[in-house]
Write a protein that binds this ligand. Structure first.
Ligand code: FE2
Length: 345
């Protein structure tokens, strides 16, 4: 059984127009959804699907939010058949018209499985970094991102009442791997293959005792796209949950925004990749959420030394970039020239 990725997540939306804007502003492209739904795809084809919240095509709510279902890609019909056979031993598994399977895990998260091959090739972009002893970027400036283009949905995170029971389902029934844990069954990082990103799912103990979506996470090209994409999203008026920052567990850079449909939504870059042979799971006893992070986005900045108008975060806006700065960045991107400092030509 081989998971090819998170194929899609589905949300119910009280206001479809608002939901569509939310995900197109995030940098996803229009994609098929079927029925009255709207789909938005990352570069590898992974989709966010939104449907009117009363739609009968939606799975029931998971917890209080409008998150409805996560669907994992699998390689073949044989994989689907194996999963169907295994899971139907102790729960009902329905088969949709397109052959996808739909059921729930042991924390009552609605999950599905669909044959899906992620797009590769043109979806992959190379970042050239210059390091001591290794100069990979010559005669060109580094890319300036004025809008993120998420590559894939790398992981999904839930609050669950019993992390051990939830872990056992993925590990024992679907063959997933533990990458790291928090002691006391506070949290567990799981991946779906022996060699994979550090985590494809993180399960956190819920204080309320209910299951809730915590966040969905989109991988972008590099740390610059985390910052550039985050600034652009903040500039459109979306509210930072936490970030930017860096996780010591998984090493990834991150920026989380609040998702009005449920949980939050994350840009991340440069996660650890781990293997069966080389990685030993840790059992962390203290919270290691961040090496560093800003709680509320970047301060306002017009690009001048010292931070422009105030150099301080307002507390209300998050990561807002001035129109002047955005224009300069766009021009710099187009011309592949540095942004001129005020007063200098
Ligand atoms: Fe994350």
């Amino acid at each position: 059984m081989q998971i090819t990725g998170i194929e899609s997540v589905e949300f119910g939306a009280p206001d479809m127009a608002e939901a569509r804007t939310l995900f197109s502003d995030w940098g996803l492209r229009k994609a098929a959804a079927g029925g009255a739904g709207s789909g938005f795809a990352a570069l590898n084809g992974a989709r966010v699907v939104v449907r009117p919240e009363q739609s009968r095509a939606l799975a029931p709510r998971v917890g209080k939010s409008n998150f409805r279902e996560v669907i994992f890609g699998v390689r073949s019909k044989r994989d689907l058949a194996e999963i169907g056979e295994e899971l139907s031993r102790d729960r009902s598994v329905s088969v949709a018209a397109d052959g996808s399977l739909h059921t729930h895990d042991d924390a009552d998260v609605n999950i599905g499985f669909r044959i899906w091959t992620p797009k590769t090739g043109s979806a992959e972009r190379v970042t050239r970094f210059n390091q001591p002893g290794r100069r990979d970027r010559l005669d060109r400036i580094g890319t300036v991102y004025t809008q993120a283009q998420p590559y894939q949905m790398g992981h999904i995170v839930f609050f669950v009442p019993d992390t051990r029971a939830a872990e056992n389902f993925y590990r024992k029934r679907l063959g997933w791997w533990v990458s790291d844990r928090y002691a006391g069954e506070v949290g567990v990082f799981l991946r779906w293959a022996a060699k994979s990103e550090h985590h494809n799912m993180f399960l956190l103990k819920s204080r309320s005792g209910s299951t809730e979506l915590h966040h969905i996470a989109f991988e972008v090209n590099d740390v610059h796209e985390v910052f550039g994409g985050g600034m652009s999203y903040a500039d459109k008026g979306y509210v930072t949950d936490t970030g930017p920052g860096r996780h010591p567990i998984s090493s990834a850079y991150f920026w989380y925004f609040k998702n009005p449909l449920g949980g939050s939504i994350e840009y991340f870059a440069d996660p650890d990749w781990v293997t069966e042979q080389g990685w030993k799971p840790h059992n962390y006893t203290v919270n290691r959420f961040s090496e560093w992070h800003l709680p509320d986005g970047l301060p306002e900045n017009d690009g001048t030394p010292g931070g422009g108008a105030s150099g301080k975060t307002s507390g209300k806006t998050s990561g807002k970039t001035s129109a002047k700065r955005r224009k300069a960045l766009k021009a710099a991107d187009k011309l592949e020239r540095p942004v001129p400092m005020p007063g200098k030509r």
